[in-house]
Design a protein around this ligand. Structure first.
Ligand SMILES: [Zn+2]
Length: 256
């Protein structure tokens, strides 16, 4: 019954891949131009282009209010999502158990979420900077190698495109990880606040569920502990493992 916010996951992934795309829009023509220009100054001038560009992108990302707001907005949407999911779980309990006294949960705008929103924004902005810088310096190395080997411009263009694909996938991977963490911690806060001391582990039941996660389907775990992952050597909740899209169906230990 609890479901993963897949469309928010995709929105956050698109924010990250969009960072690479907007860098490329400016960087690619500059690199190609330098590559085609006077052969004796190429490596130095490519290095200059890269260093200046990396510095300006970092400044641009750090002062980009729209990007910061977008991260806050996505976090708030995950918060609303977990609110609705928890509310459904509370109503379900109330319908089977008259006089159920637990079940209050904080509003999405409650002050207790303020720090978490700010932390999510800050951390994602810093990841965006790291992603952008990694991409730009990677392109720099690629262009310098291309120069040393004297490959044709069209080959450099193809290599550039391939590397952008790698950077975009990296950004998407980070976004999935960030979404999993936000979803997991908000679900935990809301369910425990409402009085559920545990959950039934639910997998997405699609083809990409790992055997280690599939083995947990339908089992009860406490929020105070989680499920033990022997490969990681620690206890985790749904959404906390890399790229995990499992969910936590609110439950009580006394019912197990
Ligand atoms: Zn999972």
């Amino acid at each position: 019954m609890n479901s993963y916010p897949k469309y928010l996951d995709i929105q956050l992934q698109n924010v990250y891949s969009g960072i690479i795309r907007s860098i490329d829009k400016e960087l690619r023509p500059q690199i190609i131009k330098e590559y085609k220009s006077d052969i004796t100054v190429q490596t130095d001038s490519i290095e200059d282009v890269i260093n200046n560009f990396a510095a300006s992108v970092e400044r641009a990302i750090l002062s980009d209010d729209r990007l910061a707001k977008r991260f806050e907005q996505i976090y708030t949407l995950v918060n609303s999502w977990t609110y609705r999911e928890t509310e459904k779980a509370i109503q379900k309990v109330k319908s089977v158990q008259k006089g159920f006294s637990v079940g209050f949960q904080p509003d999405v705008g409650a002050p207790l979420f303020k720090d978490a929103i700010a932390a999510f924004r800050r951390f994602n902005v810093s990841l965006a900077v790291e992603l952008g810088r990694g991409h730009i310096f990677g392109i720099g190395l690629l262009a310098e190698n291309a120069f040393r080997e004297g490959i044709p411009t069209k080959d450099l263009t193809a290599q550039y495109r391939a590397f952008s694909g790698v950077s975009q996938r990296k950004g998407r991977f980070w976004a999935v990880d960030q979404m999993g963490n936000a979803y997991s911690s908000l679900t935990e806060q809301r369910q425990t606040f409402a009085g559920f001391d545990g959950y039934i582990w639910r997998t997405s039941k699609d083809g990409s569920v790992r055997p280690e996660h599939a083995a947990l389907e339908g089992k009860f775990f406490k929020w105070s502990q989680g499920a033990y992952f022997s490969k990681r050597g620690r206890y985790l909740h749904p959404g906390q493992d890399y790229r995990c899209r499992c969910t936590a169906e609110a439950a009580f230990s006394f019912n197990q």
